[in-house]
Ligand binder design. Structure first.
Ligand SMILES: [Zn+2]
Length: 479
């Protein structure tokens, strides 16, 4: 009997060893797969960062180049006027208006190439959104409404040409989403339902957001019927591309209110036009004729440091801004995303895909060299001149329209569609992430939780949030 029992124990021991080795192997395999996944995620993250930065820089470069062309055409306008060539003046102004659309769309196209060169694939949803928008432009912008075009065209046939250009860019697929687009007709008003930060505050129970931005909302709200009326579409100017706008406009003025002939001579020389004698300019009707000059749009091209994003008074730029860089204006915000397929089973809550997102902003910079001084920001001169020489990445929160999230397809559909249904008939379940926030918001218990929290802790909301990167009114981006 003894050998038998001994044998059993022996078998038993070797069985344990096999199980142990198997367990160790499985753990090892898991660990190796995990390392491979981790490596993939880090690599993909680096790729999206490079691609996003490259796409934003490419777009800003074309914005700068286009503003320079508009500026050169301003100088040609002066010469054509001096020679009394009114056909040329007309053609030049027309060309400037077209450039305000073709330039930014070239920027959009260039940013796609930059993203794709950095291994970012087309995003089908963003591509569909651009095609969809082209159709809206084609079929709705030029609709006659009360005897006038719904959105007046900057030149005859503009909306057809604009729609065709959008389709052309989207035909090869959109990989870099333009994230600071401002669509004609979208409300620009500060209604919380059009503010992404409101939904994020609900989602993350960020009661301080309510304390800072919508103090009475928590206390006075009962149901969806209590919202103030939705703002009417912002209908002011249609001279700018909706994507990567340049913020330039035609402004009727006499030249003598802008510059004297001596200053003009310097601008011509700086732009490589040769010598244009001030006495000759003064002898023509250049100084006195009322003309449509292309200028930097007010409000858009203001000094950067004058722009206060909200009541908190935080400015996202850290450190001093040199005088020649101190203006807002044309910039490009781009979002790229890339999927990472995990191979480790069971990690990530059953989903084997991760999405890596990167948002980048970039801006063209220029300055005039007047009498050897190079500190004059171009926008300070109001009149557009060819002076853009440089592009730089800027903080996303310092960029124009950084809260628009116009390449967040779910967001665009939400504010164009769902919000209007919601104020009519109440929240409609979880059709999208933002609608889910509205369902939560409608719960009285949820709002009560916020009221009670603020009663106890509202004094903590006065302090700037830790980390320094956070500010109200905009979303945290570029993670
Ligand atoms: Zn929605």
């Amino acid at each position: 009997m003894t050998p038998f029992t001994h044998k059993t124990r022996c078998n038993h021991q070797s069985g344990q060893a096999v199980i142990f080795i198997l367990l160790a192997l499985v753990t090892l395999v898991f660990f190796m797969l995990f390392i491979v996944d981790l490596h993939q995620i880090v690599r993909r993250k680096n790729q999206t960062m490079n691609a996003g930065d490259a796409a934003a820089l490419a777009a800003a470069r074309w914005q700068g180049a286009t503003i320079n062309l508009v500026g050169e055409l301003n100088l040609m306008h002066i010469l054509a006027l001096a020679e009394q060539n009114h056909e040329a003046v007309h053609a030049i102004t027309n060309m400037q208006k077209r450039l305000c659309f073709t330039g930014p769309l070239t920027a959009l196209f260039a940013s796609q190439i930059a993203a794709k060169n950095n291994h970012i694939y087309n995003d089908d949803e963003m591509t569909d959104l651009i095609h969809e928008h082209a159709n809206t432009v084609r079929h709705q912008y030029a609709t006659i409404f009360n005897g006038a075009m719904y959105f007046p065209e900057p030149w005859p046939g503009a909306w057809g040409e604009y729609a065709a250009m959008l389709d052309q860019v989207a035909a090869d697929g959109i990989a870099a989403g333009p994230d600071n687009a401002s669509f004609f007709g979208d409300p620009q008003d500060g209604h919380p339902l059009f503010d992404k930060a409101f939904y994020e505050a609900v989602e993350s129970r960020n009661w301080c957001w309510f304390y800072r931005n919508a103090n009475s909302l928590l206390n006075n709200y009962n149901n969806y019927r209590d919202w103030p009326p939705l703002p009417p579409p912002d209908q002011e100017r249609y001279e700018d591309s909706e994507f990567f706008a340049l913020g330039l406009s035609a402004y009727a003025s006499q030249m003598r209110y802008l510059f004297d002939p001596a200053a003009l001579e310097l601008f011509f020389r700086d732009a490589g036009f040769g010598n244009i004698p001030p006495a000759w300019l003064a002898s023509t009707n250049v100084m006195d004729s009322v003309e449509n000059w292309h200028v930097y749009g007010g409000g858009f091209w203001d000094e950067w440091l004058l722009i206060q994003p909200d009541d908190e008074g935080f400015f996202p730029i850290t450190g001093p801004v040199r005088a020649q860089y101190n203006y807002a204006g044309a910039d490009a915000v781009v979002r790229v995303n890339a999927g990472v397929e995990r191979i480790t089973p069971g990690i990530g809550g059953g989903s084997h895909n991760d999405n890596v997102v990167w948002t980048a902003a970039s801006k063209p910079f220029g300055y005039l060299e007047v009498d050897g001084m190079d500190s004059l920001p171009t926008a300070a001169a109001n009149f557009v001149l060819p002076a853009f020489r440089d592009v730089r990445l800027i903080p996303v929160d310092a960029a124009s329209g950084s809260g628009n999230s116009s390449s967040d397809v779910e967001w665009v559909r939400h504010i164009r569609d769902h919000v209007y249904t919601y104020v009519e008939i109440g929240p409609q379940g979880s059709r999208c992430r933002y609608c889910t926030s509205l369902v939560i918001w409608e719960e009285a218990a949820f709002r009560q939780q916020g009221i009670e929290w603020l009663e106890l802790y509202s004094d903590t909301c006065r302090l700037p949030s830790s980390g320094g990167g956070r500010r109200g009114g905009g979303s945290r981006r570029g993670h």
